[in-house]
Design a protein around this ligand. Structure first.
Ligand code: ADP
Ligand code: MG
Length: 443
């Protein structure tokens, strides 16, 4: 497939108008009827159809004529809408290399006008957990617009809200910069996931810091729920940063104890295995076994002084409602249940929630330079977008990297982020007014 890395730059105002019209239509339709798109976009003389063709060429929309003639956004289309909005807001000016890939997210470096490098996380809820999505459809049916866009947007909103609130409370998290749709922008952590570290100078200190963080979170009324070596970053000075918050819950959650114990247990196990770390001290009597002592020393959920209300206050302030919190929790729990049941996915029809094959989607984003924020020119000439020779080499490398990462995320080899292989183990298996357009951009 030819990579059209500069697509964003060459898309015209009309292209974005139609793309936004598709997004608006998706509030009520999984496949948006072409006529509706035309009505929402309100372009003259059948202009919408020409634009749709162009969007299709760039893989920003997917055509479906199985029930009626219609379109839906692809991940890439949704990515472009979010990126465009953030670029227009001046949050960043260029998208660089991919630095992380998870089952439910892609992380890229982005650069601001003044050259500061930040991290951009694009949420991909529903990328893998199709059955879980389907099993939750009844629950979410009252929201007509329920789909992967909605879930991914919720995940981003929640993660952004948590990152901000945690940062304000002095937790070591990336600085939350901005958020749009399913995309969050945060400071770049200059470190590596702990899982990549073979040796520590001060394993005891690092261990205590990490366990201390779980405890302090609980004291603030929160449980991370995925607090493991893949979501803990460490730098050369052994400073810790925690990342990845879409699955956090309140200590008041009915499974709070279990989630807390699981986070703590995972850290104990990892440190024992990787760093041969033990909390056993010489002062203990010889009758006690190592596990007895460890049991004693472990933070206990029931004995912690847990604050509650953090979620309600902080999250409500950021616009993340309790109902949204419940929806996303329900989805995540559904995915977990799927993963732990060990069911295979042979009978899963992913077409409904997977607009495109993943590697077709994001390849175009790699090393994308956004030179022109408005992109007024409607340029249909393919060759005009071709990367030059140097870029072509870079491209091939990025595509290869991306393929390997996708293969890993889909159950193949261990690559880019070892986190993927870890997760794999657990988961077998109306004529529009400009006001309406503005609202759509907020959505
Ligand atoms: P997921 O929800 O898919 O697990 P994460 O937020 O854990 O996504 O990010 C996946 C990977 O991307 C991380 O393991 C890390 O390597 C990288 N990453 C995420 N956020 C940042 C950041 N702010 N700075 C640097 N790298 C990051
Ligand atoms: Mg993660």
């Amino acid at each position: 497939m030819k990579l059209d890395v500069d697509a964003l730059r060459y898309l015209s105002k009309d292209d974005f108008r139609v793309l936004t019209a598709v997004e608006m239509g998706m509030r009520n339709h999984e496949i948006v009827p072409s006529e509706l798109i035309d009505r929402i976009a309100g372009l003259k003389h059948g202009g919408t159809y020409k634009v749709l063709k162009n969007l299709l060429k760039h893989k920003l929309v997917h055509h479906d004529s199985s029930k009626y003639d219609g379109f839906r956004l692809t991940y890439l289309g949704y990515d472009f809408l979010a990126i465009k909005a953030l670029v227009n807001r001046g949050v960043f000016a260029a998208v660089g290399r991919q630095i992380g890939v998870g089952k439910e997210s892609d992380i890229f470096e982005v650069a601001t006008e003044d050259g500061t490098v930040l991290a951009m996380k694009l949420h991909r809820l529903g990328r893998t957990s199709f059955r879980a999505v389907k099993s939750k459809r009844d629950y979410l049916l009252h929201r007509k617009s329920f789909n992967w866009l909605y879930l991914s947007r919720l995940a981003a909103l929640k993660e952004f809200a948590f990152m901000k609130a945690l940062g304000e409370h002095g937790f070591p998290v990336p600085n939350a910069v901005d958020c749009n749709r399913h995309c969050i922008v945060m400071s770049l952590v200059l470190g590596y996931p702990l899982v990549q570290v073979r040796e520590l100078r001060n394993p005891d200190v690092v261990f205590e810091t990490i366990v201390g963080l779980v405890v302090r979170l609980a004291e603030h009324g929160l449980i991370h729920c995925d607090f493991n070596e893949f979501n803990i970053m460490i730098d050369d000075d052994e400073n810790i940063t925690m990342i990845d918050f879409p699955q956090m819950v309140s200590v008041a959650h009915r499974n709070g104890q279990m989630y807390f114990d699981r986070d703590v247990d995972g850290i104990y196990k990892f440190f024992r295995k990787r760093f041969n770390h033990s909390v056993v001290e010489d002062s203990h009597s010889s009758h006690e076994t190592e596990s007895d002592i460890e049991e004693e020393e472990r933070p206990s959920f029931s004995s912690l002084a847990k604050a509650t209300g953090f979620l309600d206050k902080e999250l409500a302030a950021s616009g993340f409602t309790r109902r949204e919190q419940e929806q996303i929790e329900s989805f995540i729990e559904g995915s977990e249940a799927e993963n732990s049941s060990g069911s295979d996915e042979d009978d899963v029809d992913d077409s409904e929630f997977m607009p495109e094959k993943v590697d077709e989607d994001l390849s175009s984003l790699n090393s994308l330079r956004l030179a022109d924020q408005d992109g007024d020119d409607d340029d249909d000439d393919d060759d005009a977008h071709s990367p030059d020779n140097g870029d072509a080499v870079l491209h091939r490398r990025l595509v290869k990297q991306r393929r390997r990462a996708v293969a890993a995320a889909q159950g193949g080899r261990k690559t880019l982020s070892s986190r993927n292989s870890y997760k794999e183990k657990g988961s077998k298996g109306a004529q529009s007014s400009s006001k309406a357009m503005r609202q759509a951009c907020k959505w």
